[in-house]
Ligand binder design. Structure first.
Ligand SMILES: Nc1nc2c(ncn2[C@@H]2O[C@H](COP(=O)(O)OP(=O)(O)OP(=O)(O)O)[C@@H](O)[C@H]2O)c(=O)[nH]1
Ligand SMILES: [Mg+2]
Length: 144
């Protein structure tokens, strides 16, 4: 089971759909949502500290936590050290690489500022770039 965490609109639900080869269009995630093999979370949970305890408790159900960063949005949405609250292994995912203005290095810096170390994957849910590497990494860790 994976859990996706990250700011509003970062592309979590789209990434999950793409990993599950599901061509549904992502709607705004309204609540923590368990779907086959994965936990999707609303971006507000990563941006509003009042929700952090819910994220931490839910992460206990996951094998790996994916922290998702938009490659075109460089606002400091997550506080320094954000990643350290999880008791599970954390991986960084920079998404929307296909979008105009995508800057993987700036996005990586944002993830590192939030306390994420390697590995960091670079993907696009729209074009499928990088998804096979991420899927392979997750399946090696027993996540589908
Ligand atoms: N160009 C591009 N746009 C993307 C990609 N992934 C997501 N988007 C767009 O980004 C917007 C937000 O995507 P979501 O997947 O709903 O984002 P989210 O992180 O689940 O957002 P919340 O549920 O609000 O927390 C949508 O308009 C998507 O079409 C991508 O890989 N490339
Ligand atoms: Mg969502």
């Amino acid at each position: 089971m994976i859990m996706l965490v990250g700011p509003v609109g970062a592309g979590k639900t789209s990434l999950l759909n793409a990993l599950q080869q599901n061509c549904r269009k992502a709607d705004k995630t309204q609540s923590i949502c368990f779907t086959d093999g994965a936990i999707d979370t609303p971006g507000e949970y990563a941006q509003i500290p009042r929700f952090y305890s819910a994220l931490m408790v839910t992460a206990a159900e996951a094998k790996v936590v994916l922290i998702v960063q938009d490659a075109t949005d460089f606002r400091m949405a997550l506080p320094p050290g954000f990643a350290a609250m999880f008791s599970r292994p954390v991986v960084g995912v920079v998404t929307k690489l296909d979008a105009p203005g995508a800057d993987r290095e700036k996005a990586k810096l944002r993830l590192m500022q939030a306390g994420i170390k390697e590995p960091i994957f670079y993907v696009s849910a729209h074009t499928g770039t990088g998804l096979s590497e991420l899927s392979e990494y997750l399946s090696e860790r027993g996540c589908k």
